[in-house]
Design a protein around this ligand. Structure first.
Ligand code: SF4
Ligand code: SF4
Length: 725
């Protein structure tokens, strides 16, 4: 009877404490903006939601991307589920010493599974301990993925799991000796514990059974209270965060601006009632708040972040933790009624007044350099095992800084001016958009002059601003045009009818300019009857593919492919045949043999296009393809995304330098790219390294299309594809 009273008493106290915390958390999340679209999305794809839970939560897919810690987490996660049956037995034993779960409670397989998973969990926590010691911030400093995480809390949780396991075996071992254990066989570890406890005698085992049972329950209840007050809250809320996350992979198009649960319409927006991006913590939606509360502090995002890895102040993990700490500290203010706020403690009032973005010595939650260091590469989102959407939050905060505060790096003024007045970031005249085609030995059809609309050809070739104006990118444009022509693909371009897709404006937070450019393009595309588009710029590709369907009544739905996808298709269909030995095009590097490939973030991680460019490089006769250590999903940005191409990079190592070093270290003669931004960034990095004598002069950066063109042409020199001097 006593153990029943103690057991139930402890349970009531723990549930009371945990329940109070859960209510506090729900009230905090409710202070955020509504996000009805998240609920609707789940309702609209219930089958996918179930599959996602099975794969991501129960299958731990993302965690298993890192095999050792992933496997350790997998067994600990499953231990939580399976050991739930042990707790069912423990509560049953409070009422009846001989309790067994109905139907399966004496099945040896269940007893075996319980013991096995408990032993594996023990191995799991030892593995975690070793990982934590080997990657300790004390040893690795900034290079540790745990740098900035709450280390004490993590050790406490490992200790609590250890307590769960030994108290379980104490209870079960003693119960075996008192004949109260439901399993006659199978529970091998409990039987081993029983053998160890048996010499203590029947009376002691009876006492130990009760002590073990109560300790086992007390540990779990203490654990519950700790969990809901700590980062291990993710144990309960990660499945929810995964359920309401963006699908299919959290990346692709940027989300449109929303206010009060509805898409924001600039023409009808009311500055008094609408939110423009995120200027205060309560401007985050409840899903945003859920993101902040779900972070496990694992640091996987941080370990892959190009900004953090080049000594900039941005770490996606610390970004989330700083926002979370601020949200929690401001919670009493957010939860209080208007009239109660004046009587809140000074500390809370002070927290409520902190600007979200401001230098830290001015009380900012995040320094502006944190916000503007992001290259929107998506590595953090791709890595995060609980589907936190860092990039969306960063972009929403940039939107507020640009649209409301007019507070952004001064270099962006030039960008915005070029986009607003000339429709391109280079501030060049629209009349120069076709200069890239001068001197080509065939005619490039233009909509409006050579064809009435795109119904007369198969493809629209979207040239992009870089492809039209930037000298290095123009070589890619010419190479693609020549390859399409050689393969007999009927295509046309928009010429001066094309303007910037708006990607740089959008990633810089200027949604207003993005909308303006996107609508202008959408109108042109609709009028030209565009349906199938090929683009050489990964940013144009992403925007046309994923973001032009978000323009309300102006939306255009297009089949958009990257040039490497279309060229790969043409090679497979035998319409292009690489036959000549691979050669360089610019440096007389005729004996080039080894080629490596840099994944553009907006092609790879954002759109999952990894194979086509590699397949093209692998069929180049005479060339050996070699991967960089960081490739495909774990590729490292060139430093040009997130509108960083138009900002100065003054903090830490230059990202393009970091990536170029890696490419050069492969020993490759040619660094292949699939995006003009990457090409500019890596070419600049290479030029600097060649000047410094750290890279061979023969190494060159080329687009995949140029390499293919060189291999496809039998007689002509690749240089014919270059613009006239
Ligand atoms: S998107 Fe890339 S640069 Fe930005 S925080 Fe994530 S990993 Fe870092
Ligand atoms: S944001 Fe995701 S990946 Fe980064 S530390 Fe938190 S849980 Fe880990």
């Amino acid at each position: 009877m006593l153990r029943l009273i103690i057991g139930l008493g402890l349970t009531l106290v723990a549930l009371g404490l945990a329940g109070r915390r859960v209510r506090w958390l729900v009230r905090l999340a409710s202070a955020g903006q509504p996000a009805p679209e998240r609920v609707e999305a789940v309702r609209g794809r219930l089958g996918q939601a179930v599959r996602t839970q099975l794969v991501e939560v129960f299958g731990q897919r993302k965690l298993l991307q890192w095999s050792v810690p992933g496997a350790a987490h997998f067994v600990v996660f499953w231990a939580f589920l399976i050991l739930g049956t042990v707790y069912l037995e423990a509560y049953g034993a409070l009422f009846d010493e001989d309790f067994a779960i109905p139907l399966v409670g004496r099945w040896p397989v269940l007893g075996f599974a319980q013991d096995l998973i408990a032993v594996l969990a023990l191995v799991g926590i030892v593995t975690f301990a070793v990982i934590r010691l080997r990657n300790s911030p004390a040893r690795l400093e900034r290079r540790s993925r745990f740098s900035g995480s709450h280390l004490g809390g993590a050790w406490l949780i490992l200790f609590m799991i250890f307590n769960v396991i030994w108290s379980m075996f104490l209870f079960r071992g003693a119960a075996t000796n008192t004949d109260n254990f439901p399993y006659e066989s199978g529970a091998f570890a409990s039987e081993a514990a029983a053998v160890g406890l048996e010499p203590l005698g029947a009376d002691t085992n009876e006492v130990l059974e009760t002590v073990g049972l109560l300790l086992h329950l007390a540990v779990m209840l203490a654990f519950l209270v700790i969990v809901v007050h700590s980062k291990h809250l993710h144990i309960f809320i990660a499945p929810l965060n995964v359920l309401f996350s963006r699908r299919p992979h959290g990346l692709g198009g940027l989300l449109p601006m929303r206010s009060n649960g509805k898409p924001l319409d600039f023409e009808e927006a009311d500055p008094d009632t609408d939110v423009f991006g995120r200027g205060k913590i309560e401007d985050f939606t409840w899903k945003g708040m859920l993101d902040l509360a779900t972070c496990t502090e694992c640091g996987r995002c941080q370990s892959q972040c190009p900004a953090w890895n080049t000594d900039k102040p941005l770490s996606p993990k610390l970004f989330v933790l700083d926002l979370r700490d601020h949200a929690f500290a401001k919670a009493p203010y957010l939860q209080a009624a208007e009239e109660e706020r004046a009587s809140l403690p000074d500390q809370v009032a002070k927290e409520a007044e902190r600007p979200l973005i401001a230098p830290l010595d001015e009380g900012g939650v995040l320094d502006p350099d944190v916000l503007w260091s992001c290259v929107s590469c998506g590595a953090c989102v791709q890595q995060c095992p609980v589907d936190i959407e860092h990039v969306d939050h960063i972009m929403d905060m940039r939107r507020y800084q640009v649209l409301v505060e007019s507070n952004f790096p001064t270099e962006l003024n030039q960008l915005f001016k070029g986009l607003e007045t000339k429709g391109n970031p280079w501030n060049m005249a629209a009349s120069a958009r076709m200069d890239w085609a001068k001197g080509l030995p065939f005619e490039v059809k233009q909509v409006g002059s050579d064809v009435t609309d795109l119904g007369e050809v198969e493809w629209l070739f979207w040239v992009g601003c870089a492809g039209a104006y930037e000298d290095r990118a123009k070589k890619t444009t010419r190479a693609v045009a020549e390859l399409l022509h050689m393969a007999g693909v009927d295509f046309a371009v928009l010429g001066d009818g094309e303007t910037c897709t708006g990607d740089p404006a959008r990633r810089a937070g200027n949604e207003f300019v993005f909308q303006m450019l996107a609508m202008q393009n959408a109108e042109v595309l609709t009028e030209a009857k565009a349906t199938k588009v090929v683009a050489t710029c990964a940013h144009c590709f992403n925007t046309l593919k994923n973001e032009y369907g978000q323009l309300g009544e102006h939306s255009v739905q297009l089949e958009v492919v990257h040039h490497t996808q279309l060229l790969n298709r043409l090679v497979r269909d035998g319409r292009l045949t690489p036959v000549a030995p691979a050669r360089g095009s610019g440096n007389g590097n005729v004996n080039a043999k080894t080629v490596t490939y840099h994944d553009p973030c907006f092609l790879g991680r954002h759109n999952q296009v990894y194979a086509p460019p590699r397949e093209l490089l692998e069929v180049l006769p005479g060339a050996t393809f070699t991967e960089m250590p960081r490739n495909s999903e774990r590729s490292f940005c060139c430093g040009g995304g997130g509108a960083r191409m138009w900002m100065e990079e003054t903090i830490g190592q230059r990202i393009n330098d970091n990536r170029t070093t890696e490419a050069v270290a492969t020993g490759a003669d040619q660094i292949a790219v699939g995006c003009p931004f990457c090409r500019v960034m890596l070419s600049d990095g290479l030029t600097a390294q060649q000047a410094a004598g750290t890279a061979r002069d023969e190494v060159e950066v080329l687009d995949v299309a140029q390499l293919l063109l060189t291999a496809v042409r039998r007689d002509a020199e690749a240089d014919e594809a270059q613009p006239p001097a």
